[in-house]
Design a protein around this ligand. Structure first.
Ligand code: MOS
Length: 694
């Protein structure tokens, strides 16, 4: 047997790398079947109302225009579970930008011109898109998933009002947009009642199931392929209207249809992070130990569906306090539907909690690392369950050591280089350990090669590579002999790449299938395998935290150093360092990429990213990458990700925790705390743009 001890954890290079950099890898919009037509959607031009008429005469008269679909003629669909997918089904306009028509043409240009020529008349209704903390329509949602709603421990108000040290502050995070590099796109084709779709999605099984239900088709008559995906960050975690529109248009016209959403429309139709208004009250003893934590979050949702940005959920995990209340309130407005964006809930919630902890440290004249160490715990505060592992203190200590924290002068405005004030800050991070049921198969061939099959999705993470490593480890063979086939709903069903749970879910099934295959092969006693090979499959159950006697979460600590230019108001991050405790790291190279990717997104959340809801217009003002500022290379300084090894037997067979989202979680607070240390000024609304700093 060759030495395969390095299969798991090794910094293997991603296998599709050469295909991507040479342009050989094909994304959803790069499939052009023979006879392919092109579609362009028409967004609603009012913030709320009813369509009274659609005049497509001018559009249909344009050369190349094939068809104009609207609620007047589009196929009737079975009502979807996700109401954002019920496009072109009725005359109602729930928000500006809701799709009201779709033009199909011989070329992209003709489709676009046709869309501009469709005349839609509306009966406008008054709209309300303004989120306020005391909005009359705010309600506490049902706690159906254990993360939304309200959780109460003890007498939080009483304990807060009698606490020797108090912090009572409000933090605001604006609407944020995922803006993946590859816009949402689908190419759909019907052949003899069989639907094939190339979709840019985080989970092709989920898309296949939604289409099967809406088009009333058996699942085996639909194939959804998501072979390469140029990022999603949650916005491709659920099926989106473009895939439904492409499938409808292909059926109506009898042509393959390609629909690639223009970036200008993405801000409206594929979700956003809801803005949050978060009031934090921390009550503590003079030594810093918390006696009361009250975290109240108000966010918005659309009138199409309820989505809760569960920003108080991480507060239930972080620090022990005998008294606590964590509350979500949601306000339905005439806004586009919010949805998942990297670490939904945790990212804005931990910005508020970890900023408030910094305020408490300043109030008590305590080192902010020490304050967190004094509030460490072996039990999850909300559930009283023991953590399966929690090496937060190790992350804080290791981060402080690597960052050089001990030399920091705690006084604000204690360091300057000319007009630039320099400060440093720390914040913790956490993200739950999730895993969903998955299937996988594994095959061994006479030439000594192995193939594992699972409908995993690679959204840029390196899923193929890591799954081959998991398989090689379970089979006891070199990783080069294993191929991982992913990215099609014809492969064994698998959950989406989301909730930082992909590797755990798919890897679990791959590990199981490979373990069974290894057992079968050992029974073959070295006999020649048949030409078709030998296979095994697995169907794993995943894991829900409610079923476990352990609370399972990843933890981390972020350290930031900033320079604040007091002439221009510009904040530059000079150094960013994260240390994580996330179980076993399965691939050191791709893991590092995910950590620093999350931290970079957190840097954007702290300093540059925000969307503005225009009250009168009823939609976001920013709809391109010129106005919505994601960090560029020049914005990202020395950035480091490290981890402490965790050996946790209560996770999955690989011993891993999710790593895709935790990087964004503590970064904004670490940067905000560093800005306070640099300037002595506490800013409580993101992003920290020059107009706010000065
Ligand atoms: Mo992620 S926001 O769970 O795709």
């Amino acid at each position: 047997m060759p030495d395969t001890t390095s299969a798991l954890g090794a910094p293997a290079e991603r296998r599709e790398g050469p295909a991507k950099v040479t342009g050989a890898a094909r994304y959803a919009a790069e499939h052009t079947p023979d006879g392919c037509a092109y579609a362009w959607p028409v967004p609603a031009a009012v913030a709320r109302g009813e369509i009274t008429a659609i005049d497509d005469t001018a559009a249909l008269a344009l050369p190349g225009v094939i068809d104009v679909l609207s609620h007047l003629n589009a196929p009737r669909l079975v009502e979807p579970e996700d109401a954002t997918l019920a496009v072109l089904q009725d005359a109602h306009v729930p928000h500006r930008g809701w799709y009201v028509a779709l033009v199909v043409a011989e070329t992209l240009e003709a489709a676009r011109e046709g869309a501009a020529a469709v005349e839609v008349s509306y009966a406008e209704e008054p709209h309300d898109v303004t989120l306020t903390a005391g909005h009359a329509d705010a309600y506490v949602p049902e706690d159906s998933d254990g993360t939304s709603g309200e959780h109460v421990r003890g007498d939080a108000d009483g304990a807060f009002s009698s606490a020797p040290a108090q912090v009572d502050v409000v933090y605001r995070v604006p609407p944020l947009h995922n803006h993946p590099m590859e816009p949402h796109a689908a190419t759909a084709r019907w052949d003899d009642g069989r639907l094939t779709v190339y979709d840019s999605s985080q989970g092709a099984t989920t898309v296949r199931d939604a289409l099967a239900s809406m088009f009333a088709l058996p699942e085996e008559r639909i194939t959804v392929v998501s072979e390469h995906v140029g990022g999603g960050f949650g916005s491709k975690g659920t099926p989106r209207p473009h895939v439904v529109l492409a499938a409808m248009a292909a059926r109506t016209t009898g042509r393959p249809v390609k629909l690639s959403l223009p970036r200008r429309q993405l801000a409206t139709v594929v979700g956003h992070r809801s803005p949050t208004i978060q009031r934090l009250r921390l009550g503590a003893r003079p030594d810093g130990t918390l006696v009361s934590v009250i975290h109240e979050v108000t966010s918005h949702t659309s009138r199409v569906k309820e989505f809760v940005e569960t920003a108080a959920a991480a507060t239930r995990v972080m620090y022990p306090s005998p008294h606590a209340r964590t509350t979500h309130r949601v306000v339905p407005l005439d806004v586009p539907s919010p949805s998942w964006m990297r670490a939904p809930g945790e990212a804005p919630g931990m910005y508020a909690l970890e900023s408030a902890m910094d305020e408490l440290a300043v109030r008590l004249d305590l080192d902010p690392v020490e304050l967190r160490l004094r509030n460490d715990t072996r039990e999850e505060p909300d559930s009283s369950k023991p953590f399966s592992s929690r090496h937060l203190a190790e992350c804080l200590r290791e981060g402080a050591r690597r960052f050089g924290w001990s030399t920091r002068d705690p006084r604000p405005r204690s360091r300057a280089e000319g007009p630039v004030l320099i400060g440093s800050g720390v914040a913790c991070a956490t993200y739950p350990v999730l895993a969903a049921p998955s299937r996988a198969s594994a095959h061994a061939y006479p030439d000594g090669s192995f193939v594992v099959r699972v409908n995993a999705t690679d959204i840029g993470t390196g899923a193929r590579t890591v799954l081959a490593q998991v398989a090689a480890d379970a089979l006891g063979v070199p990783v080069e002999r294993v191929r991982a086939d992913i990215g099609s709903s014809d492969l064994p069903n698998a959950p989406l790449a989301g909730g930082s749970s992909g590797t755990a879910s798919w890897g679990w099934a791959v590990h199981e299938a490979c373990t069974r295959l290894a057992e079968r092969l050992s029974g073959q006693h070295g006999q020649q395998l048949p030409p078709e090979g030998v296979g095994a499959s697995a169907d794993t159950a995943g894991t829900a935290d409610a079923d476990s006697e352990y609370a399972r979460h990843a933890f981390g600590a972020h350290f930031a150093e900033v320079g604040v230019d007091m002439v221009t108001g510009e904040v530059r991050v000079r150094r960013l360092l994260g240390v994580y405790a996330a179980g076993r790291i399965l691939n050191a190279r791709t893991a590092r990429s995910q950590f620093i990717g999350g931290m970079t997104m957190g840097l954007g959340m702290a300093l540059t990213e925000h969307s503005t809801m225009d009250k009168a217009f009823g939609d976001f003002a920013e709809s391109d990458l010129a106005s919505y500022h994601v960090p560029a290379h020049a914005d990202v300084p020395a950035i480091e990700a490290h981890w402490v090894d965790e050996d946790d037997p209560h996770l999955n067979p690989m011993g891993s925790k999710g790593i895709g989202e935790i990087g964004i979680v503590g970064t904004p607070a670490a940067i905000g705390n560093a800005v306070h240390h640099a300037t002595g000024v506490r800013l409580r609304e993101l992003p920290l743009t020059p107009d706010r700093v000065l």
